[in-house]
Design a protein around this ligand. Structure first.
Ligand code: PLP
Ligand code: COI
Length: 362
């Protein structure tokens, strides 16, 4: 794939490495450029890097009306050698195609996605935020552009990648969140789009998120449609930790997103020193486990937050259940430290997880 470069004039581009004052937060900032590529007449065409800015989109574009749109979320880190490394980005590219299949969006070869992401990071490498715990958050997405009001898959699409220099999600300390156990709102249904990163899944989660905020919870603990099994924690996979240190993650069904963080924790079990397993987790067993002290910690796994400890669960009748003493537990802290040290290149990563962004000289 030959990428065309329409870069901003040098004087309008960042000239030196970004050294933010204060935490830049998550997802707020952008870099100078974005990557674009269009699909029509059965092919992906015109790969290009252009100045970051608004699109021109037809008011009848299928994505705007019927939500035919998917995205990914990944991170890149700067290591001691001054190079920027993407983290397991091939897994995101693979999952993009899984989502594409679920949303009837055409396949986008993984090598093309990786080339696009690498080229954009390379062009905007001066935007890497030089700050403890900071990263470049990578947001690739595909949306349907055909101007047509009938409901069927679009015949044209745009693939775009934007970057967001982001700070440590938590600042210096992990802080426990609380989850509303929702039997009323559900995130996904069997046979639906729950295992994809369809934009509509997130639109559909907003009302449940609002209900959570209204009772003072940070996010929702989603259950399956029969309110028997635990599924996800907001935009994270859920997990809990048993007295003996075993980490338990709900089995991936078609109503749960296959979190790359969860998959990584499973692959890192030996390195972490904990058994990690996946199984269907019944809510009633989980609550009993917390009450008896058999479950000592819980939380969520996801790219943005890495590991988010849950301090308490809130029931719809207002009851509150603390996990342990409601504070951040030592296992969660250990997982967070090992995982982020691997990402930052301070601890050996499994082969292939971290890939340096090539210098292309633009
Ligand atoms: N579950 C949902 C619904 C998500 O949106 C995310 C975020 O990407 C995750 C889980 C965590 O997945 P990952 O670890 O791949 O970021
Ligand atoms: C991520 O963790 O990268 C996500 O995509 C979650 C999000 C919707 C911010």
């Amino acid at each position: 794939m030959e990428i065309k470069y329409q870069l901003k004039p040098a004087a309008e581009r960042r000239q030196e490495q970004f050294r933010p004052e204060g935490n830049v937060g998550f997802g707020r900032l952008r870099t100078d450029h974005m990557f674009l590529m269009d699909y029509y007449d059965g092919e992906w065409r015109d790969p290009r890097i252009v100045p970051y800015g608004p699109f021109s989109v037809a008011p009848g574009a299928v994505a705007l009306h019927y939500g035919q749109s998917i995205f990914e979320g990944a991170k890149a880190f700067m290591h001691q050698d001054g190079e920027i490394y993407t983290f397991r980005i091939n897994k995101n590219a693979e999952r993009m195609n899984r989502s594409a299949d679920i949303l009837c969006i055409p396949y986008l070869p993984e090598e093309m996605q990786l080339q696009a992401i690498n080229a954009l990071i390379d062009a905007d490498r001066l935007w890497f935020p030089m700050q403890d715990g900071a990263c470049l958050y990578i947001r690739p997405f595909i949306f349907a552009t055909e101007d047509r009001l009938s409901v069927s898959p679009s015949t044209s699409y745009t693939f775009c990648v934007v970057l967001s220099p982001s700070g440590a999600y938590y600042g210096a300390n992990l802080s426990p969140i609380s989850l509303l156990i929702s039997t009323h709102y559900h995130r996904a249904a069997p046979g639906g789009t729950g295992a994809s990163k369809a934009s509509g899944n997130y639109a559909a989660s907003l009302r449940a998120g609002r209900a959570a905020k209204e009772v003072g919870a940070s996010q929702v603990l989603y259950l399956d449609n029969n309110n028997v099994y635990i599924e996800e924690a907001g935009a994270m996979n859920h997990f809990h930790i048993l007295k003996d240190g075993t980490v338990v993650i709900p089995a991936f069904t078609d109503t749960i997103l296959r979190s790359i963080t969860s998959q990584s924790i499973i692959e890192l079990a030996a390195e972490l020193g904990y058994p990690v397993r996946q199984e269907m987790v019944r809510l009633d067993d989980f609550i009993k486990g917390i009450e008896t002290g058999d479950i000592i910690e819980a939380g969520g796994f996801g790219t943005a937050a890495v590991v988010s400890p849950v301090g308490s669960y809130i029931f719809e009748d207002g009851r509150r259940l603390n996990v342990g003493d409601g504070k951040v537990g030592e296992h969660v802290k250990h997982i967070y430290e090992v995982y982020t040290a691997i990402q930052r290149g301070e601890r050996k990563a499994p082969t292939g997880w971290l890939q340096p962004v090539p210098h292309l000289g633009h």
